[in-house]
Design a binder for this molecule. Sequence first.
Ligand SMILES: C[S@@+](CC[C@H](N)C(=O)[O-])C[C@H]1O[C@@H](n2cnc3c(N)ncnc32)[C@H](O)[C@@H]1O
Length: 227
Amino acid sequence: MTGRVPLALVEIGASAGLNLYWDRYRYEYDGHRLCGDPDSPVRIASAVRGKRDPPLPPSPPNVAVRVGIDLNPLDVTDPDDARWLRALVIPDQRERHERLASAIDLVRERSPDIVAGDALDTLPDVLDRLPENGIACVYSTLTTYQLGENGVADLEEVLADRGRKRTIHWLSDDLFAERDRPIYRHVALSDDDRIETRLAEYESYGQWTRWIASPGYSSTGCVGSSG
Ligand SMILES: C[S@@+](CC[C@H](N)C(=O)[O-])C[C@H]1O[C@@H](n2cnc3c(N)ncnc32)[C@H](O)[C@@H]1O
C-alpha cells in the first residue's frame, strides 16, 4: 500500500528488537509467492486458511527508520539476555528455537534503536522525531494484553492526538476480539478520522493466517493519506 514511500516504524513492546527487522525475513505462505528477503536466514512458514488471498507485495516496503519502545529492552549482544529469550521458548519446539537463533544472529549485527520506558510516556516524543517524509507506522505483537484495556485506550488517545499532525497507521492485535479468534487490524488515524480495517485472523506464533480484509483494501493506498 505504501508504493515506494518509506516507512517510519515504531514498535511498542519491541523487547530485543527482533520484530523491528520483519522486512529482512523470508516468508513462505503456502501456495503463494515468497515474500520478504528470499535469502534471509530467518524463515517463517505460515499456512494460509480461508478463501481470500493475502495481498502479498512483490518486495518488502522500504524502511527509513525503525525505533522500538520497551519497558525492559533486551540486548541480543548480551549473552544473558539472549539466553533469557531462548528460555522463553518451549524446549521441544525446535523450529522456533532455530528461528530465534537465526533472528538473534541477524539483529546482533544491527544494534536496534530501542527507547527504554513506558510507551504511553515516550511515544509522543518518538513520533515527533520521525522523519516527515516517511509513513508513520506504529505496531506491536503480543503487547496489548500487557497494556490492558485502559492502556490501549490511552495509547489510542496518544495516537489520535499525533494523528492531527500527520496520518498515523497503527497495526496491532485487537485486544477486544474474541479470545479464541485473535484479529490483527489496521487503524488509520488522521485529523479526527479513524478508519479501522480488520486484516486477518491468525495463530499467535504465525503458524497460520486467514486474510479477512476485503480485496479492495490493499489498493486503497497509504500514500495519498500520509499527510
Ligand atoms: C510478551 S512481550 C512481546 C515481545 C515481542 N513484541 C514479541 O512479539 O515477541 C511484551 C513486551 O511488551 C513490553 N511492554 C509491556 N508494557 C509496556 C509499556 N507500557 N510500554 C512499553 N513496553 C511495554 C514488555 O516489556 C515486553 O517486552
